[in-house]
Design a binder for this molecule. Structure first.
Ligand code: FMN
Length: 150
């Protein structure tokens, strides 16, 4: 069964709302035959990534970059996964107070280096998530999971 790995750093209720929407989309009853694994970014390992067919990342913007937790995840998995995970589909969401530009740039740069394939448009949210924001996250989870059934 294909596996979707969700790697997230979720330090606040607003980030939690986006994470829950992503999980709900990925695990909707309409999509069958995909295993969805969630890992906090500080606990995710290279083995988790190697065992995944698709990846979904979530982070707040912190100090003009992705969270240290997600950066730590990438630092750990980059070389162990570089050879094997080229072409894997991925997506991500970012939550910030007012400007997620640096976080987005960082994620784009690292995933380009890894050779991962964007499978959905990134969801970028600032402030309290609107209904449209949580719906976009639901859609992100659903698109990533559904893509693994094809
Ligand atoms: C140390 C620190 C640095 C932050 N830096 C940024 C930043 O560079 N850009 C931004 O949009 N938000 C920044 N934020 C806001 C966080 O992204 C935000 O707190 C996080 O997404 C959780 O959202 P919430 O506080 O609305 O629940 C920062 C927050 C902290 C604690």
């Amino acid at each position: 069964m294909p596996t979707l790995l969700i790697v997230h750093h979720t330090p606040s209720p607003n980030c939690q709302a986006l994470f829950e929407a992503v999980v709900a989309g990925a695990t909707t009853d309409e999509i069958e035959g995909v295993r969805v694994v969630r890992r906090a970014a500080l606990a995710a390992t290279a083995s988790d990534v190697l065992a995944a067919d698709g990846l979904l990342l979530g982070t707040p913007a912190n100090l003009g970059y992705m969270s240290g937790a997600l950066k730590h995840f990438f630092d750990q998995i980059y070389y162990p996964c570089l050879d094997t995970t080229q072409g894997r589909p991925f997506g991500y969401y970012v939550h910030g107070g007012n400007d997620v530009t640096g976080a987005v740039r960082g994620i784009e740069t690292i995933t380009t280096g890894l050779g991962w394939r964007p499978a959905a448009e990134a969801v970028k949210v600032t402030g309290e998530p609107s209904r449209a924001d949580t719906e976009a996250c639901w859609e992100l989870g659903a698109v990533l999971a559904a893509g693994l059934t094809e």
